[in-house]
Design a protein around this ligand. Structure first.
Ligand SMILES: NC(=O)c1ccc[n+]([C@@H]2O[C@H](COP(=O)([O-])OP(=O)(O)OC[C@H]3O[C@@H](n4cnc5c(N)ncnc54)[C@H](OP(=O)(O)O)[C@@H]3O)[C@@H](O)[C@H]2O)c1
Length: 306
């Protein structure tokens, strides 16, 4: 079974559909119960518009506003009760904003939704991923994190401070670099565990997130149609996440960065161990989650003797 965030629209919607077509039961983490019901109804209808769908139970939902730590922890708890073994987690949801915005927990919103939420959700779901990925079980587990080709080339954690001097574009680029640093550091920790973790750039797609960067008025009206012409469709944007999530070619690959359904080179800053370790400690100080804290099964466990 697969868990995905942000499947209500854009790239995530098409990724969820692709996963269901590939045979996964897809549990959608939606921002509210209302969005969960709407999303599952929309996905089921898109998958099979006939009155008697062939796959009536392809989708389910759980509610969590990804800006809120407790909501993520509770949703993960619900998911683990329903699905003790999780074969795939796609951390897709993301936000962008031109203005400085703060969550009810007082955190800059781009940081909270784009970085802290994937860290928390992955951490809280780890028992289910470990259960599915245990070496020798014949199963495996994959984690896919949506980063972006727009990730920053240099780490600057002051990007999330504001409101004075705040740049939404800079905060977004930093949040996508944090996605890579999280991916690569976690991949090292999970090596040999049967759980892989990779990051993707889906390509430029004219989704709500991209449009949120455009100023309103004449500039938006001029740029929107151009963007729609040059960008990939959200459906095309789902290809790389789906490739990394499902392709046998990618089985066993971990700590990778993919674009256009192929391995790609991230900025050097994403590969620096000092940055990875620094961001792990910085994140732990912020939210009390050490993403390397999960006890992992040993490879080829020896039979126990009394
Ligand atoms: N579009 C691009 O050109 C592009 C390029 C590179 C990388 N990416 C990455 O691709 C991923 C998907 O982006 P997209 O372009 O498909 O964006 P999108 O169409 O705007 O969709 C974003 C999704 O995230 C969900 N979401 C946002 N805040 C949330 C919250 N607080 N709680 C729960 N869910 C929340 C939204 O929920 P609702 O449906 O309820 O609003 C929506 O389903 C992002 O990580 C983005 O950084 C996109």
């Amino acid at each position: 079974m697969a868990v995905i965030t942000g499947a209500g629209q854009g790239i995530g919607r098409h990724t969820a559909l692709g996963l269901a077509r590939a045979g996964f039961h897809v549990a959608v983490v939606a921002r509210s119960a209302e969005r969960g019901r709407e999303t599952v109804a929309d996905l089921a209808q898109a998958l099979d518009p006939s009155p008697q769908p062939a796959l009536p139970a392809a989708f389910s939902w759980v509610a969590a506003d990804l800006a809120l730590g407790d909501a993520i922890r509770d949703a993960a708890g619900t998911l683990l009760v329903r699905h003790p073994r999780i074969h795939l987690l796609v951390n897709n949801a993301g936000v962008a904003s031109r203005d400085y915005r703060v969550t009810p927990e007082g955190r800059e919103r781009t940081l909270a939704v784009n970085h802290l939420a994937p860290v928390r959700l992955t951490h809280h779901l780890m028992p289910g991923l470990v259960a599915a990925g245990t070496p020798g079980s014949g199963e495996s587990a994959r984690i896919v994190i949506l980063s972006s080709g727009a990730h920053a080339k240099r780490l600057d954690l002051t990007a999330f401070e504001g409101p004075r001097g705040y740049s939404g574009l800079h905060a977004y680029a930093q949040s996508k670099l944090l996605n890579l640093l999280h991916t690569f550091d976690l991949a090292e920790h999970l090596r040999g565990s049967g759980i892989t973790v990779n990051a993707v750039h889906p390509g430029l797609a004219p989704t709500g997130l991209l449009m949120d960067f455009l100023p309103s008025g004449i500039i938006r009206r001029t740029l929107s149609p151009i963007l729609r012409m040059v960008a990939r469709s959200p459906e095309q944007g789902a290809r790389t996440p789906l490739h990394v999530a499902t392709s046998p070619e990618v089985a066993g690959t971990t700590g990778g960065y993919f674009a256009k359904e192929a391995p790609a080179d991230p900025a050097a800053a994403a590969l620096e161990r000092e940055n990875q370790e620094g961001v792990r400690r910085w994140t732990e100080n912020l939210i009390g989650v050490d993403w390397r804290a999960t006890p992992l099964p040993e490879e080829d466990p020896q039979p126990q003797r009394d």
